[in-house]
Design a protein around this ligand. Sequence first.
Ligand code: XMP
Length: 513
Amino acid sequence: MSHQTVIVLDFGGQYNQLIARRVRECNVYCEVKPCTTPLAELRAMDPIGIIFTGGPNSVYLDTSPRVDPEIFTWGIPILGICYGCQLIAHTLGGQVTEAQDDSAREYGKTVTCYDTSCKLFKGLPDQGISWMSHGDYMAKVPAGFSLTARSDACPNVAIADESRGFYGVQFHPEVNHTEHGTDMIRNFLYEICGAAGDWTMEDYKCTAIDAIRKKVGSGRVLLALSGGVDSSVVAALLAEAIGRQLTCVFVDHGLMRLNEGDEVEAAFAKWDLHFVRVDAESRFLLKLAGVSEPEHKRKIIGEEFIRVFEEEARKIGAVDFLAQGTIYPDVIESGTGSAAVIKSHHNVGGLPDYVDFKEILEPLRMLFKDEVRQLGRELGLPEYLVSRQPFPGPGLAIRVIGDLTKDKLDTLRLADFVFRDELSQSGEDRCLSQYFAVLTNTRSVGVMGDGRTYDYTLALRAVTTSDFMTADWARIPYDVLDRISTRIVNEVPGINRIVYDITSKPPSTIEWE
Ligand code: XMP
């Protein structure tokens, strides 16, 4: 089955991936293409609509990215956002200038009034908050266009030529700060482009399985499974498609959370595939003995992972395909949208040198993370696996501060389990982006029963974030923290003091190492 496609033409704005995600959330397939993509290539995609994104430039500068005016003759609806809106105006004979006084520049939340007879704003309240970020101003609107939204500072916040299907908004409907922004995108897709809503993960699963069977034929596929969401979903998809032609090598480095290795193995029990679990704990611990510098730990783990994987691959012999869990944000960030991105496992080590394969297989390379999770659900992977919070490739090794021993890892594993268990029981976990325990290398004096203790301090970390680039520490209620603290000191030997990390990122990072 082929899907209808919308093109998100990328002019360099910071929210471009978000636009694409919003379109996909509306069950319409879209691809992000650089604004330099040849017109013939865009045409060949047979889009039902095109979205011009924002961008950092001013359209009236000679050096700014442009679009070939021919695109306006195709009879395909176009929505321009911010720079994209100004580009429509500029290209079709309007005039865009630098706002002369500050009052015409708009940044941030702005009260905006909409003309709800315009299809883009159909069914919406006639007033709401929109998120603006523009210093340029449409001084003259092109012929054929009417004004469809205004703010106090700006009479022409949105323009439309409904007869030709061209729409432009100065604000960003894709960000959460814009009230009803997703409804506007949905209106563009359904009211204006006539979308059928044919992009669902249920359909994608069937399409992807067919495509994998066709491509792989009777060939053999090898996959390094880390237990993270992406590689687990690739494994499930391939297992469903080609069964025993797939070999998954699950390198258990002994740095996972409590029971995690068994959970991953159990999740794949329902498929008939070659599942190889390599117990490499002692090997990793030996390499890491006495190492306390965080980057050194990362490097050792990345390299050792590759070595273990290679050894298993040698036993298996030549294969036709090496499967990878590359996802769409990696592809977009590579710049061209078509470059091969070879994601290194754990993003520290690199691709194995000695695996004998002919081709890379990347069945998730057009999916966003949310879609990968949904596909995992469609494939019947358990919820604890698909909705898993991010977990660093080097695992608990970078959550035991300083040098590593099996005892310290076991202590941390148990404490981390109690922390997560209490957060889950209280429901607080639903508000958190990432949460974990850290075993510090500080020991202090305590008293338990009638005796003196001299044990480790455990740190608890919980953050909220949308992109993991910045993060805020989570305001977990005191009574929940209290229960966590009481349980950990009672249930986990070796810990007699617990602290809660109340720093944001920046200046801290999320992990301690
Ligand atoms: P930081 O600590 O840099 O973490 O604020 C940001 C996000 O990245 C994760 N992280 C890693 N993930 N390998 C990974 O795969 C690593 O070496 C690594 N270090 C940090 C971290 O858990 C957080 O989600």
